[in-house]
Design a binder for this molecule. Structure first.
Ligand SMILES: Nc1ncnc2c1ncn2[C@@H]1O[C@H](COP(=O)(O)OP(=O)(O)OP(=O)(O)O)[C@@H](O)[C@H]1O
Ligand code: SF4
Ligand SMILES: [Mg+2]
Length: 373
């Protein structure tokens, strides 16, 4: 039976909305001397499925590939190899016109900084009309009506329709960016750090707006943020990335205390709950570079559990005990093991971890072969 939300059928087709299969993105490095490597492995072997209506959070340190993943999902970034399917069709075997239609109308993207994402010379009305005009949606009058509807949807006063982005507050600008992302009724919205450029006082308003819209419109939402506790609270599922790899996918309510990958546990231990604060799990080894990823498991230069197997073989995904939870680790955290235990374990192996830090990184064993076109 179809499910109607605000007049839209959001029951969607059976099957995933977007699917990545062994997707790689390799950039030419911006810098590099004569003998330096000239490739950046921004995304490596990503397998991921986004279902209609779900919220998927993406966490990981700066440079781990979150924005690359986000851009690949909405067809802004062409993968170097692997596939990106939207509603079962490979985006990059479509003609450019088909792809523009599928991606332009089916997905919306919200960027970190609305002051650079919006054209400063266009009024709010023009910004919101632009996608409707490009995709020839309805009559001119219907487009005007849609602009008004979008402004009301995101809580922008009508009086701002003729304002320029520079005349709006940061929060209002981000509301315009959200309205633009929703203009064509997409099924998927990808928000990449949508609040990090905003004042703390308006962040919660924008997050609440996104959550409200997601519920009302039945959207799938991919949410990228450094604020991992907000990601956890907003999401159904949390993806952990490390050095271009997806290393764990966990139901959001398990990610803090029941995630099985050592890196996910270390990441979440760094923002402990107020009621039971503990020191974070110490990570002491060198942070590897995306131009020279280590052999085997990418986390092995900092992982307190790493051994010689980790240095040689990239672990495959293993299933955790609950559905939808999987991780890539040879020596995972035991199910139910407390973070306090892990801190003690990591502290007790610090000398070994320091020794690992002295081990030179080896030639990577798994590399995509194609260059980005
Ligand atoms: N156009 C590009 N050319 C070369 N390298 C790039 C390019 N875009 C991204 N990279 C590199 O790819 C890697 C992943 O970048 P990405 O922006 O996806 O990381 P991120 O997780 O979003 O980081 P942040 O949290 O800082 O936004 C980084 O090493 C980055 O320097
Ligand atoms: S595979 Fe080894 S190095 Fe990688 S996270 Fe697991 S224990 Fe640590
Ligand atoms: Mg980013």
């Amino acid at each position: 039976m179809s499910q109607l939300v605000e007049g839209r059928d959001v029951s969607g087709p059976v099957g995933p909305l977007v699917e990545l299969s062994d997707t790689h993105v390799v950039h030419r490095a911006r810098t590099g001397g004569l003998f330096a490597r000239d490739r950046v492995y921004a995304l490596t072997g990503a397998d991921l499925t986004i279902a209609p209506g779900e919220t998927v959070g993406v966490v990981g340190e700066s440079g781990c590939g979150k924005s690359t993943l986000a851009k690949v999902l909405v067809g802004v970034q062409k993968p170097t190899s692997g596939t990106v399917s939207f509603r079962g069709r490979d985006l990059w075997t479509m003609t450019p016109a088909e792809r523009r239609l599928a991606v332009g109308a089916g997905t919306g993207m919200i960027f970190q900084d609305p002051s650079t994402a919006l054209n400063r010379r266009l009024t709010v009305r023009q910004i919101l009309r632009d996608p409707l005009d490009v995709h020839k949606r309805g009559t001119p009058q219907q487009r005007e009506d849609r602009v008004r509807e979008l402004m009301s949807l995101v809580g922008l006063p009508k009086a701002l329709a003729d304002g320029l982005p520079g005349q709006l507050s940061g929060g209002q600008r981000q509301r315009v960016a959200i309205a633009r992302a929703l203009a064509l009724d997409p099924d998927l919205v990808v928000a990449d750090e949508p609040t990090s450029a905003l004042d703390v006082s308006v962040r919660a308003q924008i997050l609440n707006l996104l959550l409200d819209l997601k519920e009302r419109l039945g959207l799938a939402l991919v949410f990228v943020s450094h604020d991992i506790q907000t990601v956890r609270r907003m999401s159904d599922r949390v993806i952990t990335m490390y050095l271009g790899r997806i290393v764990e996918e966990s139901p959001a309510d398990e990610v803090t205390d029941r995630s099985r990958h050592p890196y996910t546990r270390a990441l979440f231990s760094a923002t402990p709950g107020l009621l039971d604060p503990i020191d974070p799990i110490p990570l002491v080894g060198p942070v590897p570079s995306a131009t020279r990823p280590p052999s085997g498991c990418p986390f092995r230069t900092r992982c307190w559990k790493a051994d010689s197997v980790c240095a040689e073989i990239m672990p495959d995904f293993a299933a955790a005990s609950s559905p939808g939870h999987r991780f890539r680790c040879h020596h995972p955290v035991q199910d139910g093991q407390s973070t306090r235990d892990l801190v003690a374990q990591a502290v007790s192996t610090v000398p070994e971890a320091t020794a690992m830090a002295d081990t030179p990184t080896q030639k990577p064993t798994q590399r995509p072969t194609q260059k980005q076109s």
